[in-house]
Design a protein around this ligand. Structure first.
Ligand code: ARG
Length: 469
């Protein structure tokens, strides 16, 4: 009895070890919907071109409908002997409908079939990921909108630099995620092209209508070179590279959440439902979700390296190496989707059907502002003030450095020094300096496009809301 699609040539069965080593059905069965969809589009085209009969097509459609139902119900029997998802489904089809099942593979190879399946599958996942990226941005914009006037120290080198609006800080991440969304929309165009018709590598001698199959499957175009169509996995690499950047952005945000949650900052609190305790230290509430998100960025970076290395140096056309594209790609998709979902929820709260939000991170405004008042965050404002009174900037910088030195010695903020003391640094200083040295004065002054002044921050929020709906 034939146990493999090619077995007439073979005089001995495949070793058990090789069977386990080479089969992919345990993980690529995940492509079953795409595999059936692709086969049905191929079969319809074969019938339309007169390559198979209308009866064959009907049989194939009936068989596939049953297979679809069996897989969905969990009654389909996946066989390791049949290597992969493609051969499993085709074998079952032939069992169910006979010769029509055997005709399905006319003008097709598993090489163009698998490339088609992965692209179809990934296209859906791209759309789901795009929606989650939007949700993430909405969550951040939501929290930002409530915190425009909340001020925290902005850092460079993790040293207090200048006061910024907490909303402004969060909106920086919205910019990052919006660029990720642009990248995703752009790479989707290259994922969404049809390999089918390339057959094994050289095209096929049957009069296939590839454009028709592309239309049926919703592809925007047809891969124009059969050797390239079956062999490159750059579309998977591109997605993983996109996902790597998302995860790198997430990891930065996650790191900040962990830091903000630390008692030494105490800037935010997370709902209990997103924290875990300790089995030994009764006082602990740990931001595990953020830590794990930060950690999971590592595996996606790893998958990118894996896929790039997998592709490197492969001669044309298809090589079995490419079967190794699936696990990293699947795990990348799962990781980026799960991470976006949970982080968006932890930050912006759970969204109810009516659009209302519950939970989400809570902001400790007092702690943020207390921290912003430590570390002389408004020193630049004092220098700018002196520049406006006629002092060259470099001289103003020097004057303020002296003022800060004195303040440190006195253990006071610049704004706490008496006017007479300030005037001792430069006679141009007048009582209007105190507004300049205040946190709100500092923020309001940065009224440049993209700056942290509340009026600018509100403009950013309006722009994002218009864009995100
Ligand atoms: N399971 C294979 C893969 O994932 C399908 C293509 C196999 N083609 C072949 N000539 N062995 O790449």
């Amino acid at each position: 009895k034939k146990s493999q699609a090619w077995s007439a040539l073979f005089s001995e069965p495949m070793s058990e070890l090789v069977k386990r080593y080479t089969s992919s059905v345990t993980f690529d069965k995940r492509l079953w919907r795409a595999d059936i969809e692709g086969s049905l589009a191929h079969a319809e085209m074969l019938a339309a071109q007169g390559i198979i009969s209308a009866q064959d097509l009907e049989d194939i459609q009936r068989g596939m409908a049953q297979i679809h139902a069996e897989i969905k119900a969990g009654t389909f029997e996946w066989k390791l002997d049949l290597e992969d998802v493609h051969l499993n489904i085709e074998a079952r089809l032939t069992t169910l409908v006979g010769d029509a099942g055997k005709r399905l593979h006319t003008g097709r190879s598993r090489n163009d079939q698998v490339a088609t399946d992965v692209r179809l599958w990934l296209r859906d996942e791209i759309d789901a990921t795009a929606a989650l990226l939007d949700d993430m941005q909405r969550a951040l914009v939501h929290v930002a909108a409530q915190n425009v006037e909340v001020i925290l120290p902005g850092f460079t080198h993790l040293q207090v630099a200048q006061p910024v609006s907490f909303a402004h800080h969060l909106l920086a991440y919205v910019e990052m995620f919006s660029r990720d969304a642009e990248r995703l929309a752009d790479l989707r165009k290259r994922v969404n092209r049809l390999p089918l018709g390339a057959a094994a590598l050289a095209g096929t001698s049957y009069p296939l209508d590839r454009e028709r199959v592309a239309r049926t499957l919703g592809f925007e175009g047809v891969c124009q070179n059969s050797l390239d169509a079956v062999s490159d996995r750059d579309f998977a690499i591109e997605f993983t590279s996109f996902a790597t950047l998302v995860m790198v952005h997430v990891s930065r945000l996650a790191e900040e959440i962990v830091v903000w949650m630390s008692q030494n900052f105490g800037f935010i609190n997370l709902s209990d439902r997103y924290c875990t305790g300790s089995s030994i230290m009764p006082q602990k509430r740990n931001p595990d979700v953020a830590e794990l998100a930060r950690g999971k960025s590592g595996r996606v970076v790893g998958h990118l390296m894996g896929l790039i290395t997998l592709m490197k140096g492969q001669p044309l056309a298809y090589n079995k190496d490419n079967q190794e594209d699936k696990e990293p790609l699947f795990d990348t998709v799962d990781t980026v989707k799960d991470t976006l979902r949970i982080m968006a929820e932890m930050i912006g709260g759970e969204v109810a059907a009516d659009g209302s939000r519950a939970g989400g991170l809570s902001v400790k405004q007092d702690a943020m502002e207390r921290a912003a008042r430590r570390g002389y965050a408004t020193a630049t404002d004092l220098a700018d003030y002196l520049v406006k009174k006629g002092l060259p900037f470099r001289d103003a910088h020097e004057v303020v450095a002296h003022a800060v030195k004195t303040s440190i010695a006195l253990g006071q903020d610049l704004s706490e020094l008496p006017l007479a003391t300030l005037q001792g640094f430069d006679a141009r200083i007048a009582s209007d300096v105190f507004e300049v040295l205040s946190l709100t004065g500092s923020l309001n002054a940065r009224n440049v496009l993209g700056g942290t002044a509340p009026v600018q921050v509100r403009a950013q929020i309006a722009r994002h809301r218009a864009r995100l709906g």
